[in-house]
Design a protein around this ligand. Sequence first.
Ligand code: SIN
Ligand code: MN
Length: 262
Amino acid sequence: MWTERQLATYRRDGFLVQRGVIPPERIEALRAAADAAMAERADNPPEVHVVREKSGPVRSVFCAHRGIGPFRELCRSAPIAGPIKQIFGNDAYVFHSKLNYKESFEGTVWLWHQDYGYWRYDGVDDRMASALVMLGPNTRHNGCVMLIRGSHRWGVLDHYSDEVTTSYKQWCITPAALRERITGEAMIIPIEGDAGDVCFFDCRIVHGSNHNLSPAKRYSLIYAFAAIDNVPAAVENPRPDWVVARQFEPVTADIAKPAPSM
Ligand code: SIN
Ligand code: MN
């Protein structure tokens, strides 16, 4: 459980980093499961969806939380589900999950965006937050996530759809909006850390990450959560269920109800 102060920091900054909250034995199981899922053997559950870089290596493994034990268990565990329940003051379900892998020297960029810049087109409201779990070192050199403190209070900026930079269609903030808002490098916070560290972040915070220019592989696992009653309304071109949930099982069911706050 977070303290009132941690929750207040999260609300002020739009993110909170916690060090060493996932025990090493859990990380070991997750790493083994990640490598097995990335090998795309026949035993991957059917919901799992793998996206590869243009050059070949795996970029993302979506939806591992539904059928792969260690991924399923982690999002229900107290260090993850506890803070999520406090953030929403309510139960939560997994909107989607992705193991975002960056192969050494090959893993590519995620351009600056707000998650809600495109999730809003999935028919949900903005009661959403993510937990990024580091399954190994995340550094400036291997393309750790970078974010802009307080940018969750900027409203939703203009996004455009980029289908050329990487193998994955991404909604990104326009360069004009970026130049207007991100006016100095000091505003950019690299979220560096080690296996077991977790960064919780608001769905409106501006974030992105660089190419992996290092010999170290980057393993980042991101769970995106929505408040339990924030289910996608019907939209014109719904995205598939490996990226927009159609199942709304609460992952917070075993976590104590948070005390009313603020
Ligand atoms: C994301 O914003 O969804 C991914 C960022 C990253 O994995 O670097
Ligand atoms: Mn994102």
